[in-house]
Design a protein around this ligand. Structure first.
Ligand SMILES: [Zn+2]
Length: 76
């Protein structure tokens, strides 16, 4: 808890924790990953993903079977 190292400022921790939080979501006392699926081009899904078990695309139960790049086709 000593402040001997000037590189590790409160701002540094705040910034890194915010970056760390970006793809995760807090549920109660534990952290879960967020779904990687993009609802729109700049808006990822807000649901919590199933815990990753060696699978790289993390998807919630809604998007688990969705194709990765389905929004790039622009098909309405
Ligand atoms: Zn999702």
């Amino acid at each position: 808890m000593s402040a001997g190292n000037s590189e590790f400022t409160p701002e540094f921790f705040d910034e890194s924790s915010r970056a760390w939080m970006q793809n995760k979501k807090r549920i109660g006392e534990s952290m879960v990953y967020r779904c990687d699926y993009l609802v729109t081009a700049d808006r990822p899904c807000k649901n919590s993903a199933k815990m990753p078990t060696g699978i790289s695309p993390r998807r919630c139960k809604i998007h688990i079977n969705k194709e990765p790049k389905s929004i790039s086709k622009n098909g309405c």
